[in-house]
Ligand binder design. Structure first.
Ligand code: PLP
Length: 404
């Protein structure tokens, strides 16, 4: 395997150059306590059984692996399968991680969850599990995002969460993360910080990956059952990277399976208005972890842009940085326009409205399928990370502006 085990826990890459714990003194204790607690439950049968039960009963696992022949044909290939994470409760993969962390928090004796949210999807998943397990919930959200994402703010409030607008900085996701971390450092005795992707200090990138690894484990078994062989390529969109690492993980040791992550090229790489961390890879530290960070020549974090809020973040999970460095996974980018076109094709060819995030992975299939990548008659799997209901206004707006 080219992807070697980390030299130290929470470190990724052949020299352990990605990941780690880069937090202020006040957060070091809470992070270590969490790492210990997670280590204790990770292989605990009772915890795993409880988690599996909740994933089945509350989230709706296993999700189907569905053939998409009409989308495939329009993309120049014959065999395409979609892993339907969009069919989970709350409409995306995020609930896998939210359930896992909430059950862990309860075991740790915590009574309160804090979370950050950008578009509100992770906030809704957190508010949902807080309600189910009887935990108090505070969600920090940039004031700008609260204006843009009213329906999700209302959802969270209906679920009993306290949504707090953040007025500092650019008043968006990264400021909300700072505020959630500040809250946690002051309230750790009662509170768990439920982080939403494979980001942040150890143990988050490992723990969140483990909670999503069920996606790949199911996919691998399902594709073997259906086709009697492993796929040639597995493709997922990459914001922080949780749905991608979740489906990749079961295939890491299968060198014949190409793994492709697709990030947001926004309005085009040459415009500078994108969220493509791999286009010009630059290591740096953001929100507690060392990874690839979109930054300017002076090391300042750059503003990002994507039509899909879930891909609109300047850093990527450290394990992805390591997978790219080792060559085990490859990363490409799709533009806003390509994503909306793939969204429309999936709607009309298969009767599914995908999340715009997931549509980036579908756009990559269209581009590469037409090029004849992966040899003759490839077997391709796409992780359909979420459903598109949340994106209807954005797509309508795009159509109006393009006259389509
Ligand atoms: C949040 C979100 C993403 C991006 O997050 P990852 O951690 O990269 O998976 C992708 N798809 C959907 C539907 C989302 O809600």
């Amino acid at each position: 395997m080219t992807n070697r085990a980390p030299a130290r826990p929470g470190r990724f890459g052949s020299a352990g150059e990605f990941g780690g714990i880069y937090v202020p003194e006040t957060l070091y204790g809470p992070v270590r306590e969490l790492a210990e607690a997670y280590r204790a439950v990770r292989d605990d049968d009772a915890f795993r059984e409880e988690l599996a039960g909740e994933l089945r009963e509350f989230a709706g696992r296993p999700t189907p692996l569905q053939a998409a022949p009409r989308f495939a044909e329009a993309s120049g290939i014959r065999r395409l399968y979609l892993k339907r994470e969009d069919l989970l409760h709350t409409g995306a993969h995020k609930i896998n991680n939210a359930i896992g962390q909430a059950l862990l928090a309860r075991r740790m004796g915590k009574t309160r969850l804090v979370a950050e949210t950008g578009a509100g999807q992770h906030g809704v998943a957190t508010a949902t599990v807080a309600a189910r397990y009887g935990l108090a919930c505070v969600v920090y959200m940039g004031a700008v995002d609260m204006d843009r994402q009213r329906p999700n703010v209302e959802r969270m409030r209906l679920l009993g969460a306290d949504v707090v607008g953040v007025e500092s900085g650019s008043r968006t996701l990264k400021d909300a993360i700072n505020e959630a971390m500040r809250d946690w450092s002051a309230s750790v005795r009662t509170t768990h910080y439920l982080l939403g992707s494979v980001l942040g200090p150890h143990p988050y990138p490992t723990m969140v990956r483990d909670f999503h690894a069920v996606i790949g484990a199911e996919t691998r078994a399902q594709v073997l059952e259906r086709e009697g062989r492993l796929p040639d390529a597995v493709i997922a969109c990459v914001g922080g990277g949780s749905n991608a690492i979740g489906i990749f993980h079961a295939f890491l040791a299968d060198e014949g399976v190409a793994l492709h992550g697709v990030e947001a090229a926004g309005e085009g790489l040459s415009t500078g208005r994108h969220a493509a961390r791999f286009a010009d890879p630059a290591p740096g530290v953001l929100h507690g972890t060392r990874t690839l960070v979109l930054q300017d020549a002076g090391g300042q974090v750059r503003e990002t842009h994507s039509i899909s809020a879930g891909l609109d973040y300047p850093a990527v999970g450290p394990e992805h940085a390591a997978l790219e460095a080792s060559g085990r996974a490859r990363y490409a980018a799709a533009t806003d326009d390509e994503a909306v076109e793939a969204f429309q094709l999936l709607a009309r060819a298969e009767g599914i409205l995908p999340a715009l995030e997931s549509a980036h992975a579908l756009a990559f299939v269209r581009r590469e399928g037409a090029r004849g990548a992966w040899g003759g008659d490839p077997l391709v799997v796409v992780n359909l990370s979420g459903r598109g209901d949340k994106d209807l206004a954005v797509v309508e707006c795009w159509r109006a502006s393009r006259g389509r």
